[in-house]
Design a protein around this ligand. Structure first.
Ligand code: SF4
Ligand SMILES: [Zn+2]
Length: 348
């Protein structure tokens, strides 16, 4: 099945209508389908998560993630739900340092610590992170050995190079490759070609900036039967470019456009059995040991956030799979599934 939704707008009601087999979605249609929510203020106190993250060399690092609130990304990827964590209008100057000051208390460097500054947008877009604030933000980064920010490949500019120089630690830029499937690239509306992605990776590596890549499991536009294979191919593509880290993320519902695709086009979210199959595929392929391929070493992590909402399976096999993946994430090797406790044969 090829998913090529067409979005038409019925102007009398302003309700979009999907038709199969036509063009990709556009910005207006994606926005019209969004659920109504109250957008947060750029002067709110950010959420913080502290967790251990695999360092790719056998250890784990105490990692603090600060979920910053600022202006929305100018792109309109059809599967994106990050806009709900962004504020309306450009981020005011001073708001991001204000947020960081609320949650990062001045401290000296004590042991290995990493910092993720995730703004649900692009860190080097001046509408989201004002240029005037970059030095103040860099000061907050000083206790951290590694600082990870998220950014679209088309925003990898001189501001990125300057910020990398301004922080004492290692900068890592996280970018969405999402999928190398040609149909998915169109339907996701990411406004990025593989050549754009490759150029951004090369630029980062030239500047000694590490690269983290987000890869989706079963993005719209990929036949369900081929979803696992294309995710594996996309992970391999990223590894061949010697990125430091790959995060695999199952597509989620809730942004409006994905929900409409489920209702009208027969699109199915990734299932527990699909995730199990992905891990079996890894163990059969050249990605036989997580993070090691002929091209070099990459940390591979499967995103367990929101696992309660994975489709299919029963609570028992979902829990077993989560434990199995957590172990693979931590140890950075693919474990045979019979070594862990996946006993359930449920394939719903
Ligand atoms: S580039 Fe990232 S933040 Fe922007 S719309 Fe796409 S997925 Fe969302
Ligand atoms: Zn089961």
């Amino acid at each position: 099945m090829r998913l090529q939704p067409k979005v038409l707008t019925t102007f009398a009601t302003q309700k979009p209508v999907f038709k199969a087999g036509a063009m990709k979605p556009d910005k207006l249609a994606i926005e019209l389908l969004r659920p109504e929510i109250n957008r947060p203020s750029a002067w709110s106190i950010p959420k913080v998560l502290r967790a251990l993250e695999p360092d790719g060399i056998g250890g784990e690092v105490d990692t603090t993630t600060v979920f910053l609130t600022g202006a929305e990304c100018p792109f309109r990827c059809s599967m994106c739900d990050l806009w709900q964590y962004t504020s309306l209008g450009n981020t005011p100057v001073g708001a991001i340092p204000f947020q960081l000051a609320q949650v990062l208390k001045p401290e000296s460097s004590n042991g290995r610590r990493w910092l993720k500054l995730y703004n649900a947008s692009n860190f080097f877009d001046p509408r989201s992170i004002p240029t005037e604030d970059l030095n103040a933000i860099a000061e907050h980064c000083s206790p951290f050995e590694r600082v990870i920010v998220e950014n679209h490949p088309r925003f990898c500019d001189d501001r990125m190079a300057a910020f990398s120089k301004a922080i004492p630690g290692q900068l890592e830029v996280a970018m969405g490759l999402e999928s190398i499937h040609p149909n998915a690239i169109e339907i996701m509306n990411k406004r990025m070609t593989l050549a754009d992605f490759d150029r951004a990776v090369a630029k980062c590596q030239c500047l000694n900036i590490d690269v983290r890549v987000f890869v989706l499991l079963h993005p719209p536009g990929v036949d369900q039967k081929e979803a696992v294979e294309w995710t594996r191919n996309t992970v391999a593509y990223a590894m061949e470019r010697r990125v430091r880290h790959v995060s695999i993320i199952p597509v989620r519902a809730g942004n409006g456009w994905i929900d409409r695709l489920i209702d009208t086009e027969g699109y199915q979210l990734p299932t527990v059995s699909m995730i199990r199959e992905l891990y079996k595929t890894f163990s059969r392929s050249e990605i036989s040991s997580v993070g090691v391929s002929s091209a070099g070493s990459t940390t591979i992590e499967f995103d367990l956030w929101d696992y309660e909402n994975w489709q299919g399976g029963c609570p028992e096999c979902r829990d077993s799979l989560v434990k199995h993946i957590a172990l693979c994430n931590r140890e950075q090797r693919i474990l045979p599934q019979d070594e862990t406790e996946i006993r359930c044969e449920c394939t719903v």
